[in-house]
Write a protein that binds this ligand. Structure first.
Ligand code: ZN
Length: 159
């Protein structure tokens, strides 16, 4: 259930990032049953970690708190609309609801690429000539990669 105080906390966390040049201006909060489980800042530069976005950091911390890879009873509050990475992380964690303050258009206005990445994903152009090519291996390698996944599924079904 939405509570504006948690979105306020995400925003104030983002604002605190302005005091450290190694942080970028985003904050995120994971909440369960009205209780803050974790607060994350965007520490990509400080940590030399391209996936250390505020939302990912908050999700990882909350998972450690709960000792679980799922956050099914939790909400995620973000100072800005999450990028595809963070929204995917929220979905993998089965977060119940995501709330945001600044829009994708707002962050794009100041040079952040979140909105562009969504457009790129929607276009699904992974061909060799595209801006960000993602290329398949050989058909044999596809079969081998598929076989590993298939074996995993069969092991899960038989246990
Ligand atoms: Zn992100």
């Amino acid at each position: 259930m939405y509570s504006s105080q948690f979105l306020d906390l995400a925003i104030s966390t983002a604002a605190e990032c302005l005091e450290d040049p190694r942080l970028t201006p985003f904050g995120a909060v994971v909440v369960r049953n009205g209780e803050v489980l974790s607060v994350g800042v965007s520490s990509v530069i400080r940590d030399n970690n391209p996936v250390a976005h505020a939302e990912v950091n908050a999700i990882q911390s909350a998972c450690r708190v709960l000792d679980s890879y799922l956050l099914t009873d939790c909400d995620l509050y973000c100072s800005g609309f999450p990028c595809p990475l963070c929204l995917s992380a929220a979905r993998w964690a089965e977060v119940k609801q995501v709330y945001y303050a600044a829009s994708l258009e707002d962050s794009a206005e100041f040079g952040f690429l979140d909105q562009k990445f969504y457009y790129d994903l929607a276009r699904q152009d992974w061909s060799a000539g595209s801006e960000f090519p993602v290329l398949a291996g050989s058909s044999t390698q596809r079969a081998q990669g598929r076989e590993v996944i298939s074996r995993w599924k069969n092991m899960r079904n038989s246990s």
